[in-house]
Design a protein around this ligand. Sequence first.
Ligand SMILES: [Fe+2]
Length: 454
Amino acid sequence: MKALFVCDEKDLWTYYRNLFASHFTKLEVVFCIHGDEAIEKIGSEESFSLFLIEAGLKNEEPSQIAQNIIDLAGERPIIFVGEKVHISSRIDEQLIEESEVNEILIKPFDIHSFKKIVKAGLDWVRKEEFEQSIIEIDKEELLPMRIRNFYLYNTIPYDAYLELTQTKFAKVLTKDKKYVQAEISNFSKRGVKHLYLFKDDFLKLLEEGMKRILFILKQKNKQTPKILIATQIKGVLLAHQYIQKVGVTKELNLLCKELIETTNIVFRQYGKMKTLLVDFPFNNFDTSEQAVFTAYLCEAMLVGLGWASDTSRKKLGLASILYDSMLTNEDLSKIRSLDDRNLAMFTEQEQEEFRLHPAKAAQMARHFQGYSEVDFIIAQHHERPRGDGFPAKLTSNKLTAHSCAFILATAFTTRLAMSNGEQGNLIKIFREIKTLYNVGNFKEPLNSLQRTLF
Ligand SMILES: [Fe+2]
């Protein structure tokens, strides 16, 4: 935000600048020496939120300057700053009494009043801007983008909206205007999961994001493992939204290929999950973090079992990206089975989505070229050795060794996500899994999982 201060005592500018800088870090103060210069600046620069006028101006009438500002910029808070004698003799009373927002600030300053008055002005502007930004849009024209996508950028070439009601939206990010990461985390803290974009903009932004991720992953030999893992998580975040809204395209194929190849290269630098876990940037435990973590568990098991052929890597790599990709409410990714008590907390529609997500993701996998049997593996990721999983209630003798390894990896990841990644829980989680899965084709991958984790 910017404030414009008309003050003809240049010697005081630094004092004021420091004063504002120490109490209002996000407010930039622009100074000018007389009223004409102020009018010129209002006409040429981006909008000012707040105005300050020195009441003791020597050659001009501060009230007249205020009136000119109101005529040009519309109603904005104007604060008259000066000694009591100047305020009472030179400021038109009407400007204060008839205005909801104009204020006086008497010198010498009491810091408390200074902060209170400036803050009230800024709050008024924020509220006003917010109210002005509210528009009615048919929700059909928009698509929800996960809030975390916005951390990928500091400016986007499209407007983004916050949903207020079914039909009312507030523009919260303006096209090409810089925003700070703190604005996005404020939304997250308030429980906002999505910002909305017009459909075309949504797709362009996803594609643009995917291009950026590809660019970084293609340089995988030059990047550090930590950057690569973080990039994989961002890439999967985009891939999940893309597959839900667009489907499988050449671009998505390319992104998945790079994501899978990166897993192999990064894992080689750690050698064991025990060491990789320390660096893994768990943050939200959402579907994208879980997918990437599952991919590493699979890679670790494949290497440990001596099964790490290109075909196996591609198979489990793609399965890791896709298995929970069709869940639109990512909280569902922390549900383990149809008899999970937490499932009842979701809407009927979401419960149905959970029941169908393995089949839907398997269906998507069939559109990828150059991968074999990924659809079976995905469709089976909620099966359990004793036939009490879903959807097909298969027992361990009906599951291939690759499927068993994949089921173990997803089971471990989901439990880790549910425990918010606390490493002290690793042994507890592993023991629980061992009790459930130490059967048939699960035995070998289970041993391998144990060796790589501890
Ligand atoms: Fe799942």
